[in-house]
Design a binder for this molecule. Structure first.
Ligand code: GLA
Length: 692
């Protein structure tokens, strides 16, 4: 009874209700997710507990560096390689304390490196490879362990910041005296080059989708001096953007390498600029803990410690503790297999098809790796392309689908036509997957079940909605036809874009196709490898796409602008064509208004209520068609120390960042013999390999 009353009042308060078409199945709040036990417990701390910036009286480095490099005059002493005040990790926050040098973290990844120009849109193959190389102005991955009342991004390359009194200016102080891994100073020039010639240059599309809208339309940035930058925002105190200055939207590259290749400063085309540093260009200068020194296509990327890394522990030991990291070039599914078998060291267990086998193996006392589940933060949506004014240049068929996508009856038909229980069970049986109607992740702190609405599975009701959308099987072949417009009489055919790199993505897409067939929609699979899929997605070249969601739906405060089309390029499924004009539907405009309000306020209660409103509008209007959601597990080899308890594989960022790899170590008695480039360091940029 109470449930019903709550539900009705929630609905009446709801910002949007459909005109009453005949609903066979009633809109309801989403059912409670099955209880899932066995999640790791997080140790919550304050922001200042993790690290600080200060000078220590002495610094140390691995012995081989002193002996073979410093003593021979090939490298300056460690204190000269460090900034005046390095970033110092606090021992009290280290689960196992100060570490020792040596050993390797062996990753397995499913992607392939295109080259090192991440800032101009090249990928390194994901799986933590880019995160190992690039550092960003702020850092958000470790926020999973920060107390809610102290929630704000952690400093990183920007060591501190202050707001002007009116809140429109933000002054950031960059770490002073830090150097790229080739010894060249890191300064505001690196930051300004990324901003002016990559983010603001319309011909460059940085990886992870940074665009001017990521930092608020109309935002400007300037350098005050080598170590000070100043942002100017249209809004007052938009603290929200501090999250987007973290991975992956504000991680500058080495201007001393990139700038001379940029079309503004050279004769290069944009394509030449982007491709100027292919994966076999080794020893790429990084601010991250490791730089690539060996690369064998379809085999491995080996990275060695950055001798100029600007982070230390409280005893002055220069980080990272791990001298080397590997990225074996295989498949994502193989990452799970190798991690549980012990031939790889770390995996985000995120494909439910692998859950049962991995759990079984990890439960054995001799298992080399431990496995720990986190909250239900992995989720998949079916996104429909909402642009009807030209994004991605659709042909007549594509345009007709876009118009269907914009029809509320059609979206309702699709969502009601999906049996989510079945979709989830086809991936894995048991309490893992939950019915997910779309909207904010149930594992998010912003989630509120009472404002999450969904249309239960009802095939007959769905068919009626299709009819209400003007579709009818006029030729009796089981596929509905257009009854009006330029496509009149034709079967409705929809292409479904999906990544071919993950079995889960493909299985979900195939599940959707099968269920849509029963509804009378012909959906055709367009499975592309990860990078091609991204390009098709960014370019708007899709009717529908099935996609794993990002931090906008889990952390919510990270990449918030992706939750609605607040700018021409911020949404993943509704972007503007070249004209820059967005043809927003009324409910999308409501979403935009809510998100803009959210970004503009710091009031915790207001933010919580705005997100409820967002979720209500998004789910009742079927902004996206949620498919399934489930928890993921971190698998990591037992020899590693300093793994933070309860690290989620995904929240603000991926676990590769949240585990703070620069602080991981292997106790001396457990160290393996895995180094492929022992006692070496990265050489000069472009040299054939590391130096001994
Ligand atoms: C891929 C993997 C994730 C994670 C990220 C890191 O997307 O599927 O588990 O490793 O890369 O960027």
């Amino acid at each position: 009874m109470t449930y019903r009353i709550k539900l009705t009042s929630a609905l009446m308060l709801g910002a949007s209700c459909f005109a009453t078409a005949a609903w066979a199945s009633e809109l309801t709040v989403v059912p409670e997710a099955p209880v899932f036990q066995g999640q790791g417990k997080v140790n919550y701390v304050d922001r200042g507990d993790v690290y600080e910036y200060k000078a220590l009286s002495a610094y140390h480095e691995p012995e081989y560096i002193t002996k073979n490099f410093v003593d021979k005059g090939r490298l300056p002493p460690v204190q000269e390689r460090l900034p005046k005040e390095p970033l110092v990790f606090k021992t009290a926050n280290m689960p196992d304390g100060i570490g020792v040098y040596g050993d390797v973290l062996r990753h397995v990844i499913g992607g392939r490196p295109e080259g090192w120009n991440y800032q101009a849109g090249q990928i390194q193959g994901w799986g933590g490879s880019d995160i190992a190389m690039y550092e960003c102005l702020t850092r958000t991955a470790p926020l999973f362990q920060i107390k809610a009342e102290d929630m704000e991004p952690l400093p990183n390359l920007a060591r501190s910041w202050e707001w002007s009194e009116d809140g429109h200016k933000l002054t950031m102080h960059l770490i002073e005296g830090a150097k790229w891994s080739d010894g060249v100073p890191f300064t505001s020039e690196d930051v300004m080059f990324f901003w002016e010639d990559n983010i603001l240059d319309p011909n460059v599309s940085p990886t992870n989708g940074a665009s001017p809208g990521t930092f608020g339309e109309g935002t400007t940035l300037k350098a005050i001096d080598d170590y000070t930058i100043e942002w100017t925002f249209k809004e007052a105190f938009p603290k929200q953007y501090l999250y987007n200055m973290a991975y992956g939207t504000f991680c500058p590259g080495p201007a001393h390498m990139l700038k001379p290749q940029h079309p503004k400063y050279s004769k290069n085309t944009y394509e030449q600029y982007k491709n100027a540093f292919p994966p076999d260009f080794l020893n790429w200068p990084v601010m991250g803990a490791w730089s690539p020194v060996l690369y064998r296509p379809d085999d491995i990327i080996v990275m060695r410690r950055n001798p100029y890394y600007w982070k230390v522990d409280e005893q002055g030991n220069q980080l990272p503790y791990l001298d080397e990291i590997h990225f074996k070039l295989s498949t994502w599914a193989d990452r799970d297999v190798q991690a549980v078998a012990g031939s790889g060291d770390i995996s985000n267990l995120e494909q439910p098809e692998n859950f049962v086998e991995s759990l079984k193996r990890a439960a054995q006392p001799t298992a080399p790796a431990r496995l720990e589940f986190g909250p239900r933060l992995i989720g998949y949506n079916l996104y429909m392309n909402f642009s009807a004014n030209g994004w991605g240049d659709p042909d007549a068929r594509g345009q007709a689908v876009r118009e269907l996508n914009r029809n509320e009856h059609f979206r309702k038909a699709v969502t009601m036509g999906l049996d989510r229980q079945k979709l989830g069970e086809a991936l894995v049986k048991g309490p893992f997957t939950a019915i997910y109607p779309g909207g904010i992740s149930s594992g998010s702190s912003f989630y509120d079940r009472e404002s999450t609405f969904y249309y239960p599975f009802d095939l007959d009701g769905a068919k009626k909605e299709l009819e209400a959308a003007g579709l009818k099987d006029t030729d009796g072949n089981g596929v509905v036809n257009y009854t009006d417009g330029p496509m009149k009489g034709k079967d409705v055919e929809i292409t479904l874009l999906v990544s071919a790199d993950y079995s889960t993505d493909k299985n979900l897409a195939e599940g959707v196709i099968g269920q849509m067939e029963k509804l009378g929609l012909r959906v055709i699979l367009n499975a592309l490898d990860g990078k091609q899929r991204d390009n098709a997605n960014y370019g708007g070249k899709f009717d529908w796409t099935v996609n794993r969601h990002g931090p906008e739906l889990t952390a919510v405060v990270q990449n918030t602008e992706q939750l609605a089309a607040v700018g021409p390029k911020t949404s993943w499924f509704h972007r503007a064509p070249e004209s820059g004009e967005l043809d927003l539907m009324p409910f999308e405009q409501q979403l935009v208004d809510v998100i803009n309000k959210f970004i503009a306020t710091q009031d915790v209660a207001e933010r919580a209520s705005l997100m409820k409103e967002y979720n209500k509008i998004a789910t009742t209007n079927v902004n996206s068609v949620g498919l399934t959601e489930y928890p993921g597990a971190l698998i990591i080899n037992k020899r590693f120390a300093n793994v933070p308890p309860g690290t989620p594989i995904f929240m603000f960022n991926w676990a590769e960042d949240s585990v703070l790899r620069e602080r991981l170590y292997v106790p001396a008695d457990k160290q393996g013999d895995y180094e492929l480039a022992k006692d070496t360091l990265p050489g000069k940029p472009g040299e054939k390999g590391p130096v001994e």
